[in-house]
Design a protein around this ligand. Sequence first.
Ligand SMILES: [Zn+2]
Length: 156
Amino acid sequence: MEGYAATRRKVATVDLDGDYFVRVKKLNRLEVEQAELALSDNLMRQRVGDGESVEASMKMDSSAYRTRMVAISIVEWNLDGPCEALKCPGNHDRWPVDEAHVRAMDSADFMSVWRQVNALNEGRKPAERLAFRAGGERGGDAGDADVAPEPAPLRA
Ligand SMILES: [Zn+2]
C-alpha cells in the first residue's frame, strides 16, 4: 500500500539551458518547518540590530530560506564540472546536492528552480510573505499579485 504520504508526493523537473535539469519534490510540513528555521533565526537577530541592519538581515534570511527550501526539495540534478564559486578541488562528475552548491548555481537558474519549489508547495506562509516584503524583493514571483498586504506581526 502506498498510503497517504505517497499520494502527496509530487515531483517536477525544471529544465535549464544546456541540457541541465533539476528535479524537485513537494515538501511535507516537517521539511517546510526545517526551512522556516532560516526565518526564525532572522527574527532573533533582528531584535539586536539597529534600523539599518534589520533590513539587511531580513534580506539575507529570506534568501537563506529560499536556499534551504530549494536544497531540501532537490531529489536529483545533473550539474557537473568545477563549481567556481566554492573552489571545490577538481571536477565534480555531478555536484553534490547541498546548500553550498545551491548557492553556487547561476542566479537565474536558481530563481527558476525556486519558482517551481514555491509553486509545488502552494504559496507562502504569512511569515514568508512578511520576510519577502521586508527584504524588499521586487518583481516577479507568480502569486504575489493576489497576496493582500497584512499588518506586520513582527513582535515576539
Ligand atoms: Zn563543489
